[in-house]
Design a protein around this ligand. Sequence first.
Ligand SMILES: *Cc1c(COP(=O)(O)O)cnc(C)c1O
Length: 412
Amino acid sequence: MHHFEQRNGTLFVEGVSITDLAETYGTPLYVYSTATLKRHFEAFDSAFASMEHLTCYSVKANSNLHVLRLLASLGAGMDIVSGGELYRALLAGVPAEKIVYSGVGKKPEEIRQALSSGILMFNVESMQELIRINDVAREMAKVAKVSFRINPDVDPKTHPYISTGLKKNKFGLNIDLSLEAYALARDLPNVEAVGIDCHIGSQLTSIDPFLEALDKLLLFYDKLKAMNLDIRYLDLGGGLGINYDEEQPPHPKEFGAALTKALGKLPLKLILEPGRVIVGNAGVLVTEVLYTKQSPNKSFVIVDAAMNDLVRPSLYGSFHRVEEVTPQGRPILDVDVVGPICESGDFLAKDRQLPEVQQGERLAVYSAGAYGFTMSSNYNTRPRAAEILVDGEQVIVARRRETYESLVAQEL
Ligand SMILES: *Cc1c(COP(=O)(O)O)cnc(C)c1O
């Protein structure tokens, strides 16, 4: 993460001081690094250079238009999970033929929008969804290209809430029942089965579950070939993990090498849907210390960012590194870093060793670029944070801070 580094005693992102940003734009403040986003995308994409492939960035990880535009300019396609994300991706200039549409609950209107824009394919998760897509396509006199999301029953060994490829999860179709789905697709006139898809979970720190899933999909692919289906795409989803704390996820290069080796010379175009690995460590959340207080067996640092800004610690018990923006070599205390929201679950860091920070100074919450702002809310009528994209010395306000007026606008 050398684009976020201490320089002259304070934290910089590329050529810009975090303190200056906080003073100009206030806190809580999301700050992203263009150079890091580029490096992450290129490292990932180039890992698959030996194969025909398309890297479809997973929009839900960080859907800021400026981030999407940047990734689109690097050649990224997009993986979307809603009509809203389709709207964002198209607005950011992503060619429709580089967009894949995932998710268990696509509404007819969303299917219509995706078909009329001409996306690459739908990743279908149920028989009923297939029938609905066929119906909508028929009304529009179109043929929808589809893949089925196969649930390979593989344990990704990650948090239960972000495990998606186990039998008990709501995602995808049971692998044994999927042949039936492909047979139905073959018989319906307004859908064409062109691919196989899976996405087994998020924040995976080992390649093995991916390889295990791939093995199962390749066996399945052989069965489809025997059915005379023209399968051209293999979508392996996203899920590659990042370093929050002590994890040691494989480097994208290693990940790409293992997958391309396992795939050999199959005549399939590979689709990948990375989210977290592109944006997670390209962003920090900057927050100001409002108060500190000691009770007999606990010290609290109360900051102006809360679970509505970054819900991952509350939702998943996730670890985010928290550090002073301007370190001063003070004694270390055991603290909880908590927000102003009226919930005991409102914390950014628990039982953490932090220098004895003072009221008014700022802290950086690391690895906040993925599932940070996109999962934020207005709980406690808190305007959502501003987002800044830094590019060298240049500062782009990627999203203005919400105002009280914007908070109530839909209610007037
Ligand atoms: C969330 C999601 C992704 C991205 O997952 P990451 O862990 O952020 O890489 C990719 N594909 C699908 C279908 C998803 O739901």
